[in-house]
Design a protein around this ligand. Structure first.
Ligand code: NAD
Length: 477
């Protein structure tokens, strides 16, 4: 763990095994921190927040620092991608394409924000006397950040870059399942010149380290990415002292294919929207809503794409589908495939042999999943697509919105008017039209409904780490 500039073990001496999901081998271990380490890290983060070195650093120098971090990550891209692949299972070449660039870009993007966080002057009417009134945007303070295991490096980078751009300091708890790239990122950040104490990493399980962070009285804001049940728990626990909370939670995002869609594009996109990262993406297109006139062709096409996706360890250069993150996750996904069949859906998957060892799951379509079924409504978080048909535009919108989640939606449609009308009607934080998976540091990201509260990255993402203060000065004597 990193507390200040000290790399330390847990006081209890406890450690957690790190497993390679491609073969079940334990290849490392991490410290299992708890309340004592969280308390030490928060104290150090508070001290750093109040230090002249950080608080008085010129915005332009903070900007330069974040750019240095971006360069460091870029210089270690290959190593970070490999580490992510061993830890999480994902194909290394895809981590090179997605996870690492996302981390680089958010630091580079947020470096620009350091010099652009400003308030407004306010034309107050008051009682007729003359006032000078303005708002200040001030850093919120010490941020407790908690991230999941599906995109460990980029999720950590999103939170750290945004919080630091705003002038905050951070205590971050990575997922106990995938802490390695976060620890390496922290090491690189110290090398890049980030002052000790500005970023602290406490590894450990959610019930101990995570719980200690969300209840620590000196943490000003919790920025959480993870499951909806844990997000709700964090929101409840924040009620005691009205601690600021932002939540990026689960999803059950639809891919909607309209009758006029370009199927040469829509079919491979719909397949990758669910099968990429073995379906372990919060905004995965896990529900297919397809017009009845093209439904059979689309299902056959998606299965054909799946058949051509090599399944194997993430370190093999041609692997497109790596293992899921661990045994528990594989069992959960397999149980959902059974549930889908019991509910009356047809399970369609390629004939492919799975590698003998490791936590592999075949890409699977549950065709004919009804809108009442569990597989249509619950987040599975695996390469499993719940597919159903619709007959009218209104029905497509109704089905898209028939979810307690509202993270993303992919819409395939050539008619521009229909596409924009539907984009406005869909309850989701992001709607992609004739594309999918475009997640960019400039585009605020977050969810409607039970997919979360707040937006990360973009202008909204950096302002989320600030408090707005109105200042009003009387100018008349
Ligand atoms: P999770 O909620 O089990 O764990 C997420 C993090 O919370 C981990 O670091 C965990 O240790 C910690 N945690 C667990 N219990 C805690 C507690 N009581 N107090 C404090 N922290 C606690 O989620 P997961 O299984 O790691 O990740 C998968 C989930 O994350 C999915 O639901 C997925 O949709 C969601 N997710 C959302 C986004 C988004 O941006 N909306 C992005 C990625 C993942």
């Amino acid at each position: 763990m990193l507390i200040g500039q000290d790399w330390c073990d847990a006081q209890s001496g406890e450690r957690l095994d790190v497993e390679n999901p491609a073969n079940g081998e334990i290849f490392a271990s991490i410290a299992a921190g708890g309340a004592a380490e969280i308390d030490a890290a928060v104290k150090v983060a508070r001290k750093a927040f109040e230090s002249a070195e950080w608080a008085k650093m010129r915005p332009i120098d903070r900007s330069r620092l974040l750019e240095q971090v971006a360069l460091k990550i870029e210089a270690h891209a290959d190593e970070l991608a490999l580490l992510e692949s061993y830890d999480n299972g994902k194909p290394k070449h895809l981590a090179m394409m997605v996870d690492v660039p996302a981390a680089v870009e958010v630091f580079r993007y947020m470096a620009g924000w350091c010099t652009k966080i400003y308030g407004k002057t306010l034309p107050v009417s008051g009682d007729g006397r003359q006032y000078h009134a303005y708002t200040l945007r001030q850093p919120i303070g010490v941020v407790g950040a908690i991230v999941p295991w599906n995109y460990p490096l980029s999720m950590a980078a999103w939170k750290i870059a945004s919080a630091l751009a705003a002038g905050c300091t951070v205590v971050l708890k990575p997922s106990e399942v995938t802490s390695l790239t976060t620890l390496r990122l922290a090491e690189l950040m110290l090398e890049a010149g980030v002052p000790p104490g500005v970023l602290n990493i406490v590894t450990g399980v959610g019930e101990k380290a995570g719980e200690a962070l969300i209840t620590h009285p000196d943490v000003d804001k919790i920025a959480f990415t993870g499951s909806t049940p844990v997000g709700k728990h964090i929101l409840r626990s924040s009620a005691n002292d009205l601690r600021r909370v932002s939540l990026e939670l689960g999803g059950k995002s639809p891919t909607i294919i309209m009758p006029d869609a370009d199927l040469d594009k829509a079919i491979p996109d719909a397949a990758m929207a669910i099968f990429f990262n073995s379906g372990q993406t919060c905004f995965a297109g896990s529900r297919l809503l397809c017009h009845e006139s093209i439904y059979d062709d689309v299902i056959a096409g998606i299965n054909e794409v799946a058949r051509n996706l090599p399944i194997g360890p993430g370190q093999d250069a041609n692997t497109m589908i790596g293992p899921v993150v661990n045994k528990k996750q594989r069992e959960r996904i397999e149980s959902y495939i059974k549930i889908g069949q019991e509910e009356g859906a047809e399970a369609i998957s390629p004939d492919a042999e799975l590698p003998g060892q490791g936590y592999f799951v075949k890409p699977t379509i549950l065709s004919g999943a009804t809108e009442q079924s569990r597989v249509f409504n619950e987040e599975i978080f695996g390469p499993v697509l719940a597919a159903t048909k619709f007959s009218t535009e209104e029905e497509a919108i109704r089905l898209a919105n028939k979810s307690r989640f509202g993270l993303g939606a992919n819409l395939y449609c050539k008619n521009v008017k229909t596409a924009h009308k539907m984009a406005a009607a869909i309850h989701a934080g992001t709607v992609w039209i004739n594309t999918y998976f475009v997640v960019d540091s400039a585009m605020p990201f977050g969810g409607f409904k039970e997919s979360g509260i707040g937006r990360e990255v973009g202008d909204e993402g950096v302002l989320m780490f600030t408090e707005s203060k109105s200042v009003c000065a009387l100018l008349d004597d």
